[in-house]
Design a protein around this ligand. Sequence first.
Ligand code: SF4
Ligand code: SF4
Length: 77
Amino acid sequence: MGLGSFFKRGKKEKADAEECHIEIVSDDCDGCEKCIIACPNNVLMLAGDVSTVRDAQVCKRCRVCVAICPNECITVN
Ligand code: SF4
Ligand code: SF4
């Protein structure tokens, strides 16, 4: 494997990490913190009285947060 493909692979991994898109509809969030507590990767945090994304780069797309939210306000793509 040449150096070129090494760099290409590095770029792809970075692109995959960036593809994780977490959307939280803050109007529907009541700040119960269930998603924050349940996330195994500490991706989410409370900001004011709603859940917000602390670090999308460490999200593993397990969607535990999506499943646990009682208000269905999280989507992870
Ligand atoms: S999909 Fe999983 S890792 Fe990502 S924010 Fe939700 S619970 Fe955390
Ligand atoms: S589980 Fe849903 S309602 Fe509760 S803090 Fe998270 S996003 Fe908001």
